[in-house]
Write a protein that binds this ligand. Structure first.
Ligand code: ATP
Ligand code: MG
Length: 581
């Protein structure tokens, strides 16, 4: 390899925090000169950011290749025709960026590649003898996110590794899925991430079984619940266990509740628990039917769960509510306008008499009798799970945490092979639909997630497995005939050991070099100065802990060789062994 030179490197560091960067990874990646913003959700990777990206890609590639994957590359621009065939041209919504070429042909910028890959294997994976196959690529994706933010965490253009498996039966699919689960766990380990595997909702992609790999972080957009028994799930997927309370009332009674518009106000007015009042939420389905959903007052309606019964779930705007004859802050199932449908959370089946809005501003009902005063058209789990809900596997109270979804694995089954009519010939000669799985790693998001988990006030602390280089050699003076030549020699020796080395050969003050080294986050710093050299010593500093130690010039190479041997196969603590002996 070659020793990188800070004097030549294009890594413009910033002293000040960029104004619009809200979270650490965004701020530090900009400040460390690793990325630059071009427009909302569009970033350039500068050389150091690129090095980290390549490391992540290579870990992903190695794990994919050793778990049955084969790399290919598909077009980023995809013909609309395929999206019509799968039905997602209409279903995918505004995140799909559509465009036309000069002949008026329609295309999309690929947000994911199920359509392309399914079409690709059509007529070419012909027989069960060709199965299983797992094909992947590492490539750009584009999703016109409503709110691109947090730098690389939610971009519009981003880099994903997407893999697709093809199997002939459930057993094969299960095997492919488990292989990917193992590959993904290894990737997270090797990148030094603190992560959890959680049950997930299969969302936009469709299909039936899915898990997400969450890098735990307070700044994460995802919420998860977990239990000491090992159960863990995304809040969007976890079953909630609300315990609504019966309000004491024997008959239907309409009461004046002036100024009461929220559940908290209603509970206070009635002097009861929020769990004794029913919270209402209005929405419409894709056929413009109006629905009012009811959940216990101390829970929230979960949009993803709700969309299982209200297909195309869209909350009503204030105007739409008014037009539909609904009264915000006082909706209830008794006396709703004609045609409005009612759905309620399963837990409310147990409540005989409900506390609900009277569909009239300033009035509520108590004692509204289920099945008599009103009917419920559909029952379902509608609530977002909460900390303290019973674990669906062992019953203990669930705990909660936040995370960044770095990857997700899905069993798709025959969703795409069926909708696009792509089959293979089975052993008995019949034509059957492939059973597919799809598996995505957010490569650029993972880069940011690693920084989110590993930084301090001074800057980034790269996990060794993905650091832009392992060691930064810092000569405190340059241009002299002792310090710089010694530093150059040490850098070459470390390089010869197979470590990645950068030398800060800029003619800058020591303070500037130290600040940049901490900001960029090289795992180990080797500081070479006149005073130390007079005693035959250099100083090494472990970025992760800030620990410093003087070592004999003559033993540095040996120590680094030891660290490297010691680190074989390890993902962190590469250089730690140099400090605790
Ligand atoms: P999210 O729920 O965060 O929007 P998703 O579930 O829609 O993500 P998938 O379709 O599962 O995303 O895509 C696979 C991976 O691609 C995700 O696990 C994530 O790491 C990454 N990813 C998705 N959207 C973005 C984005 N806007 N910016 C960066 N990475 C993304
Ligand atoms: Mg996902």
């Amino acid at each position: 390899m070659t020793v990188m030179r800070m004097s030549a490197l294009y890594a413009p560091t910033l002293k000040e925090d960029p104004a619009d960067a809200e979270i650490a990874s965004h701020r530090l990646l900009l400040r460390a000169g690793m990325i630059r913003k071009e427009a909302a959700g569009l970033y350039s990777f500068l050389p150091l950011g690129m090095r980290v990206l390549r490391k992540i890609e290579n870990i992903v590639r190695e794990e994919m290749d050793s778990h049955g994957g084969q790399e290919l590359l598909m077009p980023f621009v995809q013909p609309a025709e395929l999206w019509h065939r799968s039905g997602r041209w209409d279903d995918y919504g505004d995140e799909l960026l559509r465009l036309k070429d000069r002949h008026g042909n329609e295309f999309v910028l690929g947000p994911t590649h199920e359509e392309i890959i399914t079409n690709l294997v059509d007529n070419e994976l012909r027989s069960y003898k060709d199965l299983p196959k797992n094909l992947y690529q590492i490539q750009l994706k584009f999703r016109d996110e409503r709110r691109p933010r947090f730098g690389l965490l939610r971009g519009r253009e981003f880099i994903m590794k997407d893999a697709y498996s093809f199997d002939m039966d459930e057993e094969g699919l299960e095997k492919s899925y488990q292989q990917m689960r193992e590959a993904y766990s290894n990737m997270c380990e090797r990148m030094g991430l603190d992560y959890r595997i959680v049950k997930a909702d299969s969302g936009q992609i469709g299909g039936n079984e899915s898990e997400e790999f969450m890098a735990l972080a307070e700044s994460g957009e995802a919420e998860l619940v977990y239990c000491s028994c090992g159960y863990a799930a995304d809040v969007e997927a976890a079953a909630a266990s609300p315990r609504p309370v019966q309000y004491k009332a024997d008959t239907l009674e309409k009461i004046a509740t002036p100024g009461v518009h929220t559940i908290a106000e209603l509970a206070e007015f009635l002097d009861c628990e929020e769990a004794a009042c029913m919270k209402a939420f209005s929405c419409k389905d894709s056929e413009e039917n109006i629905w009012v959903l009811f959940v216990p007052g101390n829970y929230e309606v979960n949009e993803i769960k709700a969309s299982r019964i209200v297909s195309g779930f869209t909350p009503l705007t204030d105007e739409e509510m008014e037009k539909a004859g609904l009264v915000k802050g006082s909706m209830g199932p008794v006396g709703l306008p004609e045609g409005v449908k009612v759905a309620a959370d399963e837990s409310l089946r147990a409540i005989e008499r409900w506390v609900v809005g009277a569909n009239e501003d300033g009035f509520h009902y108590v004692g509204a009798r289920l099945g008599e005063d009103f009917q419920v058209d559909a029952w379902s789990d509608l609530c977002t799970v909460q900390k303290g809900d019973a674990c669906p596997e062992c019953g203990l109270p669930l705990q909660s945490a936040r995370g960044i979804e770095v990857s997700q694995i899905f069993k798709l089954g025959d969703k795409y092979s069926r909708s696009m009519d792509v089959t293979f010939m089975a052993e008995d000669g019949s034509e059957q639909y492939f059973l597919m799985g799809c598996y995505g790693v957010g490569v650029s998001r993972t880069l940011a997630a690693a920084v989110e988990q590993s930084h301090d006030d001074m800057g980034i602390i790269w996990p060794v497995g993905i650091a832009p280089a392992h060691i930064c050699v810092i000569p405190l003076t340059v241009g002299d005939d002792l310090v710089q030549p010694t530093a150059e020699r040490l850098a070459k020796e470390a390089d010869a050991l197979g470590l990645e080395v950068v030398i800060d050969d800029r003619n800058e003050r020591a303070g500037v070099k130290f600040a940049d080294a901490d900001l960029i986050g090289w795992p180990l710093q080797v500081v070479v100065g006149k005073r130390g050299l007079a005693e035959g010593k250099v100083e090494i500093k472990l970025r992760r802990t800030g620990e410093k130690r003087d070592v004999e010039l003559t033993s540095l190479a040996e120590l680094l060789a030891f660290a490297k041997r010691n680190a074989a196969g390890k993902t962190s603590g590469y250089f730690d062994a140099l400090f605790n002996r």
